[in-house]
Design a protein around this ligand. Structure first.
Ligand SMILES: Cc1cc2nc3c(=O)[nH]c(=O)nc-3n(C[C@H](O)[C@H](O)[C@H](O)COP(=O)(O)OP(=O)(O)OC[C@H]3O[C@@H](n4cnc5c(N)ncnc54)[C@H](O)[C@@H]3O)c2cc1C
Ligand SMILES: *[C@@H]1O[C@H](CO)[C@@H](O)[C@H](O)[C@H]1NC(C)=O
Ligand SMILES: *[C@@H]1O[C@H](CO)[C@@H](O)[C@H](O)[C@H]1NC(C)=O
Ligand SMILES: *[C@@H]1O[C@H](CO)[C@@H](O)[C@H](O)[C@H]1NC(C)=O
Ligand SMILES: *[C@@H]1O[C@H](CO)[C@@H](O)[C@H](O)[C@H]1NC(C)=O
Length: 514
């Protein structure tokens, strides 16, 4: 049954693709048109991060499966693939293991990342590999501290009892259960993120702060403002009474946190390699305008000149691109502030943070991962000077790599105070890291015009590497349906069909397995 279905899809999509020859003279009605209408249709992708690289990959799946005839050009302003996912070497020395400068982990429910690592034969490493210890700092003292696997220990902490951690775990697990339906053959396709939130029963979550939501669900104030906040502050640099509930829950969904050995960007590089798209690095796109050509209406102008496209996929936060768009398009995208985050990587011979700075006994060993809560500051005490400080393993017998997230630049003087003057290398980076994520029910449009789609509309809903690959899959499906009468997976598998196949199987991933 299945192969018959697939065959009929292949032949019908070929039937659409093949006879696409329009005599040249028919095209001369437009002075703006070039003579390229008989050429292969092209799609432009702006950005080679998680979103853009995966968009190219999804298009290539439709090319493979249904013979969709299209050329893809990926424009990337910077000199590397990966965008906010990139690594640097301690001491700038490639003989050391690289460290993530941006996105560092994905989790078990992130099925595209998990599958990509398998499919591309990339080695992975668990995030809480080493015997790490974990603590929360409120600006004046370390209010909780525990050894062992740092997420697991959360459950055990006496300070919070059992009910609140259990409530949070169950909210997280319900949310993840809903989330993974995005990988099933019946995943919705959406052009309206509010509609998606509503169909998932997540409107309450996104229109309420994390704090209000959790407290309304019976989670104690203490657990919410100390533990959940520690995780929203490290993951999104936002406090639990500011960030929307969905991202609050996402921050707590840390099951089997993993990263790709050598850098998560390797997944995105593999997406592009296997897609056979043309990738233009060091190539900033300046403007995109609309022409009267019906076959290739979008004129993309970059450092490399101007080219016409049938479709455009914007795969970067629009307001950071500097791209000039027709105002009818630009005006649809609401201003979206991003958190301006300071990431400081350093190498130190100090085996732990200064006990003196942390007001701990001199003979104690501070946690290797120190998160923070704003709760002290709320109660009028001193605010934490950073969002998180974490040891990321040894680079050799006597040196460790440490990562600091903070809202302000940290001075050399301050670093010397924290690491007892034992710093051997420092690397500073500022990112517009993630959207500011207040409660809302309004999200940017996914489709800006015919043939023109916006992947990063998804970010104010959930901002992660994985969700950008899901958002791009959705956008590619919308674009393929609209412009090529095709799709990544063909027609939906019917209910009876899907019983036979492994859609209920945990290993099924829509887009990969179809
Ligand atoms: C410090 C930090 C930690 C994070 N931690 C995690 C984490 O642990 N796990 C996780 O899943 N996520 C994490 N994130 C978030 C994650 O990095 C992003 O959600 C995701 O990488 C976004 O991917 P993207 O492709 O949508 O955008 P980007 O990665 O920003 O890619 C957009 C690309 O477009 C390019 N571009 C922009 N303008 C133009 C132009 N005019 N012309 C051509 N190219 C252009 C940019 O150079 C960029 O490469 C973190 C982010 C930061 C900064
Ligand atoms: C991009 O520019 C950098 C320096 O700015 C250069 O080292 C690199 O080779 C360039 N890459 C490409 C593909 O042009
Ligand atoms: C996968 O990678 C490992 C080393 O990382 C290598 O030994 C193996 O041959 C690779 N397998 C395939 C199928 O490429
Ligand atoms: C998106 O969906 C929401 C809820 O379903 C609806 O209220 C809103 O009007 C829709 N917006 C658009 C632009 O269609
Ligand atoms: C560790 O690496 C640093 C930086 O390369 C070096 O200065 C130091 O001597 C090394 N220490 C050991 C014990 O190898």
């Amino acid at each position: 049954m299945r192969s018959v279905l697939l065959l009929s899809l292949v032949s019908s999509s070929l039937a659409i693709q093949l006879p696409f020859k329009v005599p040249f003279f028919q095209n001369r009605f437009s002075a703006e048109d070039d003579d390229s209408v008989h050429e292969t249709p092209r799609i432009a992708i702006i950005g080679a991060g998680a979103a853009g690289s995966s968009a190219a990959f999804w298009i290539s799946k439709a090319q493979e499966r249904f013979g969709v005839n299209v050329e893809v050009d990926v424009y990337e302003r910077s000199s590397y693939i990966g965008g906010r996912s990139t690594t640097v070497f301690p001491h700038d020395d490639p003989s050391f293991s690289p460290v993530e400068l941006g996105a560092s982990i994905y989790v078990q429910s992130n099925k595209n990342m998990v599958r990509a690592a398998e499919a591309f034969n990339l080695s992975t490493k668990p995030f809480d590999d080493e015997e790490g210890t974990f603590g929360v700092w409120d600006g004046e003292q370390v209010i909780v501290q525990s050894g062992g696997g740092w997420w697991d220990t959360l459950k055990l902490v006496w300070r919070y009892g059992y009910t609140s951690p259990r409530r949070v775990n169950s909210i997280v697990s319900d949310t993840v259960k809903q989330f993974v339906t995005l990988y099933s053959p019946h995943t919705p396709k959406w052009d309206n993120i509010t509609g998606l939130a509503s169909s998932f029963g997540w409107l309450d979550l996104v229109q309420t702060t994390g704090a209000d939501y959790l407290v309304s669900q019976g989670v104690s104030r203490k657990y919410t403002y100390e533990i959940v906040e520690a995780s929203t502050r490290v993951n999104y640099a936002q406090d639990i009474d500011k960030i929307h509930g969905l991202e609050g829950v996402v921050s707590m969904a840390a099951d089997k946190a993993t990263s790709i050995q050598g850098g998560n960007w390797k997944v995105f590089e593999k997406f592009l390699d296997s897609s056979k798209a043309n990738v233009f690095l060091n190539t900033t796109v300046f403007s995109i305008s609309q022409t009267s050509s019906s076959s290739r209406p979008w004129l993309v102008t970059s450092e490399k000149g101007s080219t016409r496209y049938k479709g455009v996929i914007m795969a970067a936060p629009f307001h950071q691109t500097g791209i000039k768009l027709p105002s009818a398009l630009a005006s649809q995208i609401p201003e979206q502030p991003y958190v301006h985050l300071h990431v400081t990587l350093l190498a130190t011979t100090a085996p732990h943070m200064s006990t003196e700075y942390l007001n701990l006994p001199a003979n104690s060993k501070p946690p290797s991962m120190l998160l923070t809560t704003w709760e002290g500051a709320r109660q009028g005490s001193k605010a934490p000077e950073f969002n998180s400080i974490s040891y990321h393993g040894k680079i050799n017998e006597s040196e460790w790599v440490v990562k600091i997230f903070s809202m302000e630049a940290v001075s050399d003087e301050w670093l010397n105070k924290i690491f007892d003057g034992q710093i051997t290398w420092v690397y500073r980076k500022e990112w517009d890291s993630y959207p500011v994520l207040p409660p809302t029910t309004e999200f940017p449009p996914v489709k800006l015009d015919t043939g023109f789609y916006y992947v990063n509309a998804f970010e104010p809903f959930i901002s992660t590497m994985e969700t950008e690959t899901i958002a791009s899959r959705n956008v590619v499906d919308l674009l393929l349906a609209e412009q090529f009468r095709s799709s990544i997976c063909g027609a939906r598998i019917s209910a009876s069909e899907h019983e036979v196949h492994k859609s209920d199987d945990d290993s099924f991933v829509f887009g990969w397995d179809c």
